[in-house]
Design a binder for this molecule. Structure first.
Ligand code: C2E
Ligand code: CA
Ligand code: CA
Length: 625
């Protein structure tokens, strides 16, 4: 309470002054009286100020403590007592260092005795934050501002203003944690804790920059878990997650610390390795990753076998950009999958040449689709009862300037990767409608023309409208236009199922025919057949081709035909290559066939003559009875 003491001393000093004044002459009395009045006013003001000062200190919410420069407490205000959970008596004369710090940080008696404030220490110019301890042991954050003042008696004192900022610090801590978590989530995959795609792309760009500076190669591995869907389907999604974690662990254990491992898609991982020596290193690391992933995964008392396909690419001097390096690793991965999975392929000279050709092909194909210069052929569909051609299927061909004619099985996957299947199919649809129009005009009005519709076409928002518009423009009859949808497309991904089913229904409601193509080898099975509003099925040629020699194939074909006949669905057998097969099918109750036995797909220019010849001399008669 030294400031209060100082104030009181000052007041007493005033009284001594008053005594001496009384001895002066009367003439000075009035002047002195005036001076005295002024002095009394000063004293009263000082007393009042001291009172205010006392009130402020005692009611301040901040702790105030006055110490000697040796650290001994002279006076603590009530807030300081509250913060410390101690009475003034417990603290006066003691250095807070002896009781206010966490126990393991409390200095020794000697250290405390040796303590002395250095008022010139610049550390005291700013706020300090200390972890402090209350009497009950509770720790808290104490924010302290320290200043030094000389008392009226000429002694230096330290005045500390203390504030318990624990709530604030904890709040900041929570905010920081939340921010860190958000930042982590933005750059990491939540299941495996690995980096995500965006973090990976940034890391790769940096690794390539470093490679360009140091001249040391950087490498990229693209790893794809084999048969992930089958693991999910067979063992459930938690097994799928376990398999992903298994791959993540295998990758992080096989790859050194400077590298980054990221999960960039459902079952796709990448690893970027800066500072690698050569392609042999790449092969060795890829082999190690493959081995590690192939170790059996124990899950719920079951052993799940896991394998991966790996594509790896090297940027020798960091000259390749991140996207290109990823494309090269992708291409190598594609090759690994093509060659049977569970293996690694390295992007070397041979793959580079193959990749260049494929890229060029892809670009040529995009041009051909864009300029509508793909060709179309038409394969007749024949009715064994009436011995007449009843339809034509439109099939796409690509005549490449160097490679010659390329079949759809070779270029449809490229069109699909390019996202051009919808455009390609719209082209086939136009050709089909055009051909139907020509046939109608040329006296073959009864023929049904079909075209194949990919998932992209079914999902195309304009598909049904354009079809209706094309049919109206050509004056065609809707029930002589058929759309062939692969069984795997119609029953493929669960997410697409319902919308494809809706499109199929729209097409049927609009009066078109819809056939399930390649039926019998996909997912649907007979039980689901009634669910889709299709007009009929086309039995896959792999089944039809085997009806003669394979009992199971024959049984399946017979069942499909029976069921379709029961359900009132049309059935077409595809891939009929000989008379015997046709006879067998007819005996099973299937009257409509398509295949090389009837005719190979025909170019449009050859169609009229072929149709004329068929209706003239009916060479397909073969029925034995
Ligand atoms: P698909 O729809 O099953 O077409 C029948 C395929 O079987 C055609 O092959 C045809 O040439 C072939 N084929 C016909 N008869 C026989 C036979 O007796 N024996 C054998 N071994 N094969 C026969 P292509 O033209 O190579 O077409 C392959 C597949 O490509 C088609 O199978 C179809 O799924 C798809 N495709 C063709 N054109 C298009 C198109 O414009 N759009 C879409 N989305 N897919 C198409
Ligand atoms: Ca077809
Ligand atoms: Ca087919």
């Amino acid at each position: 309470m030294s400031l209060l003491v100082t104030a009181v001393l000052a007041l007493l000093g005033g009284h001594f002054l008053l005594g001496s004044l009384l001895l002066r002459s009367r003439a000075e009395t009035s002047r002195l009286a005036a001076t005295l009045r002024g002095t009394r006013r000063d004293l009263v003001r000082q007393l009042r100020e001291a009172e205010h000062f006392r009130m402020a200190c005692e009611h301040a919410s901040d702790g105030i403590v006055i110490q000697t420069l040796d650290g001994a407490i002279i006076w603590p205000n009530p807030a300081y007592c509250r913060i410390m959970d101690r009475s003034p008596e417990e603290m006066i004369g003691r250095n807070p260092l002896s009781f206010a710090l966490p126990e393991d940080q409390t200095p020794s008696h000697q250290e405390i005795r040796a303590f002395r404030y250095d008022p010139d220490d610049p550390a005291y110019d700013s706020l300090q934050l200390h972890r402090n301890r209350r009497k009950n042991g509770e720790l808290f954050w104490n924010q302290i501002s320290t200043s030094f003042r000389k008392s009226a008696a000429g002694e230096h004192h330290a005045i500390l203003i203390c504030r318990d900022v624990t709530a604030q610090i904890e709040q900041e801590e929570r905010l920081r944690e939340a921010r860190n978590k958000l930042a982590h989530e933005a750059t990491h995959d939540s299941l495996t804790g690995l980096a995500n795609r965006s973090a990976f792309l940034r890391f790769t760009a940096r690794a390539l920059e470093t490679a360009a500076q140091t001249g040391r190669p950087a490498a990229l591995f693209h790893i794809d878990l084999d048969h992930f869907k089958a693991i999910n389907d067979t063992h459930g999604h938690s097994a799928g997650d376990a398999a992903l974690l298994h791959v993540a662990r295998a990758l992080t254990s096989e790859i050194y610390t400077d590298a980054m491992v990221a999960r960039i898609g459902g079952d796709e991982f990448v690893a970027v390795l800066p500072d690698i020596r050569n392609l042999d290193d790449l092969r060795e690391i890829a082999a190690r990753i493959g081995d590690s992933v192939s170790e059996p995964l124990e899950w719920n008392d079951r052993l799940i076998s896991v394998s991966c396909s790996i594509g790896a690419a090297l940027s020798p001097r960091g000259e390749t950009d991140a996207d290109t390096l990823l494309l090269q690793a992708d291409f190598a991965l594609y090759e690994a999958k093509q060659r049977g999975r569970a293996r690694a392929e390295i992007y070397d000279e041979t793959l580079h040449r193959r990749h260049s050709i494929r890229s060029q092909r892809a670009s040529d194909l995009a041009d051909a689709i864009d300029t509508a210069t793909l060709d179309h052929v038409f394969q007749p569909v024949f009715d064994l009862h009436s011995q007449s051609v009843v339809g034509l299927e439109t099939l796409v061909r690509w005549t490449h300037p160097e490679a010659g004619t390329i079949g759809p099985d070779d270029f449809l996957p490229i069109a699909d990767e390019l996202g051009l299947m919808g455009a390609l199919d719209l082209g086939s649809m136009s050709e089909a409608l055009e051909q139907k129009h020509l046939l109608d005009k040329g006296g073959h009005g009864g023929l049904t023309v079909s075209f194949n519709a990919s998932s992209s076409l079914l999902a195309h928002p304009e598909f049904v409208n354009r079809l209706v518009w094309g049919v109206e423009a050509g004056g065609l009859s809707r029930d002589q236009v058929a759309i062939e949808v692969l069984e795997t497309t119609a029953f493929g991904k669960v997410t697409e199922n319902s919308s494809h089913a809706a499109t199929i229904r729209d097409l049927r409601n609009a009066g078109f025919k819809v056939y399930l193509d390649d039926f019998g080898v996909g997912y649907a099975g007979l039980a689901h057949l009634a669910e889709l509003a299709v007009s009929g099925v086309k039995i896959d040629r792999s089944l039809v081709g085997n009806v003669q020699q394979d009992d199971t194939a024959a049984k399946i074909v017979r069942k499909i035909i029976e069921l379709c006949n029961d359900l009132g669905l049309s059935v077409v057998a595809e891939g009929v290559e000989d008379r015997q097969t046709a006879t067998t099918l007819l005996n099973m109750g299937c009257t409509t066939v398509q295949g090389f036995w009837v005719s190979r797909p025909l170019r449009p220019a050859d169609l009229p003559a072929w149709l004329e010849a068929r209706s003239a001399n009916r060479p397909l008669r073969m029925i034995s009875g």
